[in-house]
Design a protein around this ligand. Structure first.
Ligand code: GBH
Length: 469
């Protein structure tokens, strides 16, 4: 080691990696699992690249013990995973004991290796049976979610400390029902807003139900995705464009949870307000405001926007009913997904969140990047990902220095996996997966991350020095 400096993280900082059920498990028909909206969606032609599905994925359902052993080898103290609702309740309503038994085994395996399980109850795989009775268009789905949350807590609650209701309701509502890029593939802007409200209601009802059962040391959270907005100028028109995107993308889901209701400026812009308003009933906003023990922050990249000369022209952003601005192409260097690598935006985001809601501790619940990794004699030299992680960990450290209350960081993802509409074409893993043989290979980035976790520090210095030999 040269005389490079290291940046230390707070004592007790939570380090780990994350996955989601449909993206890694496979075992789609094992032990009575019912179909999810993603099984149905992926089976339709043209929805997922190359016709890929999550039917086998990383076969984590059968290989979980091997995967937990790999986490232990990397020294990861925490693992964030999601529970598949249709595995636990094939019809969305009735508990399937052999389905939940999988998570019993997984949690015991993790605890046996000294790894803290962090459970996300919903990461987009709604039981198809519930979609058939209206899915997130209907209010009843929120009540079904609360029942499901209680059922899972009833089995795992004696061993799991950290609970998240929903992962990224933005994606599940707006991509699922607004532009149809995700399951169930509906493209109806008004419906997407109703779905967003029902997601937040599910979160609120779930929180209230879980709080009533909780042990004193348990922590309950929501995970949101954020995209900071960048503009090329700071005039009124650019600020207005940024306000609109930020409002719909970031504040629309955060402010209700903080007890501030839906942001007034967003409602004032909404073309489909008449769809949303009737969905909001007396008492909903109070439930949605149940206090969080921490807020999960998923960050990948910023979004660049510019105003359109005619503010009545629809935006190209794909969010329900937005007008008057366009999203600009990302600027290099890009990941293989075409996303920007702009670590400074993560610092800005965490500092902004701390100012916006100083009382809420933050956990970076997902951060990572896809690159075209190649397996070369048993090794994956993913130096671009080493660099991405180093830069973004330095960015988290900078936010903490500036006062942000960041309690942890979870890398996305433990394994290369089923990347939703992109199928298996985008590899985000710390661990490479050969999808023909299911062979796992620890990437260089995982070795780098492992040393960060072990030392509770991130090195400064040149990227070349970060290389692992
Ligand atoms: C996360 O979401 C997911 O939680 C995870 O499952 C996934 O594997 C991972 O990211 C990598 O994709 O705002 O309409 O222009 C990603 C959040 C939100 C990022 C949508 C890209 C662009 C769509 N994504 N965003 S839009």
């Amino acid at each position: 080691m040269t005389n490079e400096q290291v940046l230390g993280f707070p004592q007790g900082f939570i380090w780990g990696a994350a996955t989601a059920s449909y993206q890694v498990e496979g075992g789609a028909k094992e032990d009575g699992r019912g179909p999810s909206i993603w099984d149905t969606f992926a089976a339709q032609e043209g929805k997922v690249l190359n016709g890929d599905t999550g039917e086998v994925a990383c076969d984590h359902f059968h290989r979980y013990a091997e995967d937990v052993a790999l986490m232990a080898e990397l020294g990861l103290p925490a693992y964030r995973f999601s529970v598949s609702w249709p595995r636990v309740m094939p019809d969305g309503r009735t508990l399937n004991p052999s389905g939940i038994a999988f998570y019993d085994r997984l949690v015991d395996e993790l605890l046996g290796r000294g790894i803290s399980p962090m459970v996300t109850l919903y990461h987009w795989d709604l039981p198809q049976a519930l979609e058939d009775s209206g899915g997130w268009r209907v209010r009843d789905t929120a009540a079904r979610f609360a029942d499901y949350a209680v059922a899972v807590h009833g089995v795992l609650g004696d061993r799991v400390r950290d609970w998240t209701t929903l992962n990224e309701p933005f994606c599940s509502a707006f991509l699922g029902y607004g532009n149809g890029v995700h399951a169930p593939g509906i493209a109806e802007p008004g419906t997407a807003l109703v779905a967003a409200h029902h997601h937040l209601l599910a979160h609120g009802q779930g929180m209230a139900a879980l709080r009533a059962l909780a042990r004193p040391d348990q922590r309950f959270s929501l995970v949101l995705n954020f995209s900071p907005v960048l503009t090329d100028a700071d005039d009124a028109a650019h600020r207005e464009a940024a306000r609109k995107f930020d409002g719909m993308h970031n504040r629309m889901f955060l402010d209700p949870v903080l007890g501030r209701g839906y942001p007034q400026d967003v409602l004032a812009d909404l073309e489909h307000l008449n769809a949303l308003e009737p969905a909001i009933r007396e008492g909903d906003m109070e439930l949605i405001t149940t206090p969080l023990d921490w807020l999960g922050v998923n960050y990948y990249a910023p979004t660049r926007v510019a105003p359109l000369p005619d503010v009545s022209v629809p935006s190209n952003c794909g969010l329900p009913g937005m007008r008057g601005f366009n999203v600009l192409p990302p600027r290099g260097p890009l990941t293989s997904f075409g996303w920007e690598q702009t670590p400074g935006s993560l610092t800005d985001l965490l500092v902004w969140l701390h100012e916006h809601c100083p009382e809420v501790p933050l956990v970076v619940a997902e951060n990572g990047a896809a690159f075209p990794d190649t397996l070369d004699n048993g090794r994956v030299r993913d130096s671009q990902r080493v660099r991405y992680f180093a830069d973004h960990l330095r960015a988290v450290h900078a936010a903490i220095e500036r006062g942000a209350d960041v309690r942890g960081y979870l890398a996305w993802s433990l394994l290369d996996n089923f990347e939703w509409a992109m199928g298996y074409t985008q590899r985000f893993g710390l661990i490479h997966v050969d999808f023909d043989t299911q062979q796992r290979t620890i990437k260089d980035s995982a070795r780098f991350y492992s040393s960060v976790v072990e030392n509770n520090t991130v090195p400064t210095g040149d990227y070349a020095e970060l290389a692992v030999d």
